[in-house]
Design a protein around this ligand. Structure first.
Ligand code: APR
Length: 237
């Protein structure tokens, strides 16, 4: 029988790919207060700053030094191994899982390479800068596009699908996430209630590490391949 592996990833899996994590610099994200760049109130207060901030994050994805690392690659290897169904729920807004080759990725906090039209609620793939002067392709109006990012105080995406994925899982794995932001931080509790095996992979164990059955400590580029090899070789079920 196939094992259903549900994997929650956070900023830690992309850290070695050149993308900074959120909570390593006193609540600042790339030198900005999170309230200024990651809340609807911040966007209402200073939209130009928020557009500029996400344009810079989006541009960073095109930097030649930003690329998937061995941690992302190992998850692709798992997906391509016989006997495993793999679903990735990511809190990351980068595209590194897709670039590595993962096929089933749910971006619960949105995506940098997408714009959301506030008039029509439609999403459009965007790889370049946009701001309040950009005309959207769905209704040809200006001023309606916003970054397709779930800000603090907004409801994460795919919650029903995520619940059903965890209900069907045989193994829940959290990689590189501090476990400080809900609802993602609560997925491990849900998995535990269902009696599913749980594993944490992190540079340092997170605050809710006690909820996990197994822990791999180390950088994602080393610890994720180790975990995947153990799983494939049946050492960690
Ligand atoms: N390998 C593995 N884990 C790492 C590495 C690494 N090389 N470097 C850092 N980490 C771990 C840290 O130990 C920490 O637990 O990654 C985690 C990063 O934590 P956060 O910065 O809080 O990121 P995350 O958990 O993804 O944040 C959740 O909060 O700001 C919001 O919406 C944003 O999606 C984000 C959410």
């Amino acid at each position: 029988m196939k094992q259903n592996i549900v994997i929650l990833t956070g900023a830690g899996i992309s850290a070695e790919s050149g993308i900074k994590t959120f909570r390593d610099s006193n609540g600042l994200w790339e030198n900005h207060a999170i309230e200024d760049v990651a809340t609807p109130e911040g966007f209402a207060r200073n939209p130009s700053l928020v557009y500029r901030f996400y344009n810079a994050r989006r541009a960073q994805l095109h930097d030649k030094n930003v690329a998937p690392n061995l941690g992302h690659d190992a998850l692709v290897k798992l997906e391509q191994s016989d006997g495993f169904d793999v679903a990735i729920i990511t809190q990351n807004v980068d595209n590194l899982h897709e670039r590595a080759g993962s096929k089933k990725v749910l971006h619960m906090h949105g995506e940098l390479l997408s714009a959301l039209c506030m008039y029509s609620n439609q999403r459009t793939y965007y790889k370049d800068d946009f701001d309040h002067t950009t005309e959207c392709s769905c209704c040809q109006r200006k001023g309606g596009l916003r970054p397709d990012i779930v800000w603090f105080g907004e409801v994460p995406m795919y919650m029903d699908e995520i619940q059903s994925l965890i209900e069907q899982a045989t193994h829940f794995v959290a990689i590189g996430t501090s476990g400080q932001v809900y609802p993602a931080a609560g997925f491990v509790n849900f998995a535990k209630q269902l009696g599913i095996t749980t594993t944490e992979i992190n540079l340092v164990p997170s605050d809710n590490n006690y909820l996990f059955d197994h822990t791999y400590v180390g950088p994602a580029s080393e610890a994720v391949p180790q975990f995947v090899n153990d799983l494939i070789n049946n050492k960690n079920n």
